[in-house]
Design a protein around this ligand. Structure first.
Ligand SMILES: Cc1ncc(COP(=O)(O)O)c(C=O)c1O
Length: 365
């Protein structure tokens, strides 16, 4: 007799990460996973190497030093911080702790895929709310709340659209949400945002018992390979996460490298400046070539094509790997991570050439 899977598991289409190789091309530009083109901080690399001498030891299960570092850096209470094996793990743990069969998990139509997957994995029903011009619509989210709604995941800024909600809008969303709905503000790209009206969400977490903020070392800190995310929570939620997480869910080298990365403010500032300059340059260049580029505050751009598959194939033939967006309900878009200067210039040149070849298609917009 076949083993019986829990309901919902078979509905999960396993997460497919960004592609990393192109047959026949030795060193393609991987612009498919929103990684930092400057790499990790040299200080983080040194801390990682140093940690290798103690690989026979179990890690500090409570990530004490890292949590103290985060608390000091961002003015938070260390006991309200929980670290995870990437923020992906924290999303999975929050869904496990607060949702289950018969419950609903809500997010915006083009929200990050893990929100859906984590809901299905615990037997809850994912529900989406429409967006207005690829921007989270708080009225639509509030209208989609039902008695079964347990969690609302808000990517802010959102991946893959690159749009964000202002601090005022997020506060209003929280104020009008029923208190029994957990609001998870996923601020994976917060460090890139320079808009004065944006806040990652610490103040809202502190103001109540029903809001969590998620952050990660995978983006501006360039440590995606090490898997380190963190949650800032009300005390009861931190307590719940500490109950459901594995006792050693983050590794010792990851903790050490993350702490060093946090202290390297120059590398962080350089990464932010590089991103701002080349994101804005690429948006301008692609717009000049006739493409519709959605405004982004993250380290990526969402670009529309008449035929995104053809554009993707063309870019791949030039060794440029983008993220296709079918899984996000955006089959006519590609998401382009801001790479190095050379990579960004290569993307602009290739897409200018592609537009010239396919002029009748792009002119149709
Ligand atoms: C919005 C958002 N949240 C969470 C994550 C997961 O990041 P991590 O590497 O910390 O698991 C990503 C990664 O792309 C993301 O885009």
């Amino acid at each position: 007799m076949a083993l019986k899977l829990r309901p919902g598991i078979e509905e999960i289409a396993p997460y497919v990460g960004g592609e990393a190789s192109v047959p026949g091309i030795e060193r393609p530009a991987k612009l498919s996973s929103n990684e930092n083109p400057l790499g990790p901080s040299p200080k983080a690399m040194a801390a990682f190497r140093e940690a290798s001498a103690d690989l026979h030891r179990y890690p500090d299960g409570g990530a004490e030093r890292l949590r103290a570092g985060l608390a000091g850096r961002f003015g938070l209470e260390a006991e309200r911080i929980v670290c995870g094996n990437g923020s992906d793990e924290l999303i999975a743990l929050l869904s496990r702790a607060y949702a289950g069969p018969g419950d609903e998990v809500l997010f915006s139509r083009h929200g990050f895929l893990m929100y859906r997957l984590s809901a299905l994995a615990v037997g809850a029903k994912p529900r989406t709310a429409p967006e207005a011009d690829l921007r989270t619509d708080i009225e639509a989210l509030l209208a989609a709340v039902r008695p079964e709604t347990r969690i609302l995941y808000l990517g802010n800024p959102n991946n893959p659209t690159g749009s964000y909600l202002t601090a005022k809008e997020v506060s209003e969303l929280r104020r009008r949400l029923p208190p029994e709905v957990l609001l998870v503000i996923d601020a994976a790209y917060a460090e890139y945002v320079e808009a004065a009206d944006y806040e990652p969400g610490e103040a809202l977490v502190r103001a109540g018992d029903h809001t969590v903020m998620l952050r990660t070392f995978s983006k501006i800190y360039g440590l995606a390979g090490l898997r380190l995310g963190w949650a800032y929570c009300p005390p009861a939620i931190a307590d719940a996460l500490n109950r459901v997480r594995g006792p050693f869910n983050t590794s010792a080298p990851a903790q050490a490298a993350a702490l060093a990365a946090l202290e390297d403010r120059d590398h962080e500032a350089r990464s932010r400046a590089h991103n701002r300059v080349w994101r804005d340059w690429l948006a301008g260049a692609l717009t000049a070539s006739g493409y519709r580029v959605h405004p982004s505050v993250g380290n990526f751009l969402l670009v529309e094509f008449a035929d995104a598959d053809a554009a993707d194939a063309f870019l791949k033939s030039r060794g440029l790997i983008m993220r296709k967006m079918g899984a996000y309900g955006l089959p006519n878009c590609l998401r382009i991570t801001i790479g190095s200067e050379a990579e960004t210039r290569a993307v602009a040149a290739a897409l200018a050439e592609f537009a010239a070849m396919a002029r009748p298609q792009t002119a149709a917009r």
